[in-house]
Design a protein around this ligand. Sequence first.
Ligand code: PXG
Length: 288
Amino acid sequence: MKIYLDGQFVDSAEAKISVFDHGLLYGDGIFEGIRLYEGNVFRLDAHLDRLWCSAKAILLTIPISRRDMVEAVCESCRQNGLRDGYIRLVVTRGVGDLGLAPWLCAKPSVFIIADKIALYPPEYYTSGLSIVTVPTRRVGPAALPPMVKSLNYLNNILAKIEARQAGALEAIMLNDAGFVAECTGDNVFIVCQGRLLTPAAQQGALKGITRETIVSVAQALSLPFEEHDLTRYDLWNADECFLTGTGAEVIPVVKLDGREIGDGKPGPVTNRVLAEFRRRVLVEGTKI
Ligand code: PXG
């Protein structure tokens, strides 16, 4: 496998980052997870918009131009002969010393890994996931804007471990006020009396690219959509529930905390949204 690392394509065995990189020492950096479908990079512009916004929020200057980044992403797919896959794009603060001071890091590092994707088994899309609410809370907006897709994922990792200990593949994470924020790597939607609802970013949700796509899908399908504060009670009593993310796409949730959602099967709205999403990924995107 060839990895893009600071302007060069190198073998994966040679793709190494310094132990003094602040991405490693402090989680000081940002990333994107992007999908390649049949030779098209899905919503690359939206991912790069978010990357540049994350960089601005943490006062990080991405060391290459947007045009060079597009080329690096596409070339990473070509170099690895990929037509379908997953692209991980990371920008770290770069090499510094043992203090926090980011201004002592001479130059941010950029690397891109383009690989095959490990998907949820297809049966979860037809029968749905059973998930749990976990104790670990999402970092609040007062600590770090939830819109920043940073290299600090420890809360989410703890939440993922807690989910696994409870025998579930995903976790509902609440914010400090006890409202539903999102999952460890996915946004959450419910269907309630024909309306599609999801928590606002201010409640601790990442502004997911898939989430944004679903809002546009809802419009196309004439489904009323609203950002709404949600509690666990709202999820337990929803007609339908599904998660969205670059890796998961749109995946139904049929049980939360031992309570069946709706009739315990993926619902008709979820299935319509999933079908329209799957249609779009094949017709939209940047050709590599
Ligand atoms: N919330 C969080 C905390 C995320 O990390 C999403 C929501 C969904 O956002 P997108 O833009 O993907 O619709 C994410 C995205 C992985 C993986 O390897 C995780 C994400 C994306 C791709 C792969 O688990 N997280």
